[in-house]
Design a protein around this ligand. Structure first.
Ligand SMILES: [Zn+2]
Ligand SMILES: [Zn+2]
Length: 376
């Protein structure tokens, strides 16, 4: 069982960016392996802190975590995979971002400043009918892609990024401070080790440009509300030739006017008149496969009675199976009676016997007896 990310950092669910960063800093300093050599517990704790912070500092990942918990990042299931981790992104990088200047030393720098692109989230709402049939959805994703002019290098075509003169390409510079020699990120190249003398004019040296891309996404039949689909490598382009992030599609289902869904089963409440319930009758319901199904109501049908229409529910995801449709009867008591109707019902009441309403006949006297029995 994985610890809650907020608890791991010792912050509340509403913690802002500043609180997160300061909690992370404090804990990471405390459990840093350099300070606890050979202490496996500290090392484990240190990793947990890093993972928690990496997730919560990113608004997209945080939203996913708040909604789905750790399941949002676990492998398997729909789409599989998790956020981060791929390419040069991940924990080593955030540690470097925050601690690079404080702790100094030892860590491997990203070569040439390549960075993995961000993961993107796209919210899609579909109807129950679309979830029933499955569909291919066309979506437009504003995203940054690798600049075609410079192939992502950020340097003007025909030129190359050059080694940074300040740090000699290491991305770090040393400075003496008291007794200590401290290593800092190079201020000239910001740790990249290279500088671009002639930036590409199309992307201003970023190596990527913003564009709206059209993607077609396959939504399988039977998909559930809250499903996320991962499109690997369809997220934001990496920086200076780094790998692309992933695109996550979060699906939600619009409420349906007639059907409620529970897994593969559907429920439909059908109001019928008191006389139909008493005398019996029939009606037709439209089902999601586009056909009509006749439902026969036997005489004496009670309120809330359910009728099952086998195989008329939702398809089961990736299986050749169908759920059922349950028709729930809701008996409507007549209102706004006219004189004639009232007389007929009063006449009906007079000629009724216990057999007509076995549930209600004598109910209150039975209940009274029950309570009197308790007090004796
Ligand atoms: Zn370019
Ligand atoms: Zn430099």
């Amino acid at each position: 069982m994985k610890a809650d990310y907020y608890e791991t950092l010792g912050v509340g669910k509403g913690a802002d960016e500043k609180e997160l960063k300061s909690a992370f800093r404090k804990l990471a300093m405390q459990f840093h392996p350099d300070k606890n050599p050979g202490d496996a517990n500290a090392e484990h704790k240190f990793k947990e802190i890093g993972e928690a912070y990496e997730t919560l500092k990113d608004p997209q990942k945080r939203a996913a975590y708040d909604r789905f918990g750790h399941a949002a990042f676990e492998n398997g299931g729909m789409g599989g995979g998790g956020f981060g981790g791929g390419g040069s992104g991940g924990f080593a990088d955030i540690f470097e971002d925050i601690f690079g200047e404080m702790m100094g030393g030892g860590r491997q720098r990203r070569s040439g400043g390549r960075e993995r692109g961000a993961d993107l989230r796209y919210n899609m709402e579909i109807t129950l009918e679309e979830a029933y049939a499955g569909k291919t959805a066309q979506i437009h994703v504003p995203t940054s892609i690798t600049c075609d002019e410079c192939s992502g290098s950020g340097a003007k075509p025909g030129t190359q990024p050059v080694t940074c003169g300040t740090c000699g390409g290491s991305g770090r510079v040393r400075a003496a401070q008291g007794f200590f020699s401290i290593e800092r990120t190079c201020p000239t190249c910001h740790g990249r080790g290279q500088i671009i003398k002639d930036p590409c004019s199309k992307c201003s040296g970023q190596g990527r440009i913003t564009e709206e891309r059209a993607l077609s996404v396959n939504i399988p039949a039977g998909i559930e509300d809250g499903t996320r689909i991962r499109l690997t490598g369809e997220g934001e382009a990496g920086l200076r030739g780094g790998p692309s992030g992933d695109l996550y599609i979060f699906l939600s289902l619009k409420p349906h006017e007639f059907f409620q869904r529970d897994g593969a089963d559907l429920y439909c409440k059908v109001p019928i008149s008191m006389t139909t319930a008493a005398l019996g009758g029939q009606f037709e319901v439209a089902t999601l496969d586009g056909t009509q199904t006749r439902v026969k109501i036997p005489e004496g049908t009670q309120n809330a009675k359910q009728f099952r229409l086998k195989g008329k529910g939702m398809p089961v995801l990736r299986q050749p199976a169908m759920g059922d449709l349950y028709i729930q009867i809701a008996i409507e008591t007549p209102q706004n009676l006219n004189k004639k109707q009232r007389e007929l019902l009063e006449e009906f009441e007079r000629v009724s016997s216990q057999d007509n309403s076995p549930q209600s006949t004598g109910f209150f006297s039975r209940m009274k007896d029950f309570f009197e029995g308790l007090s004796e």
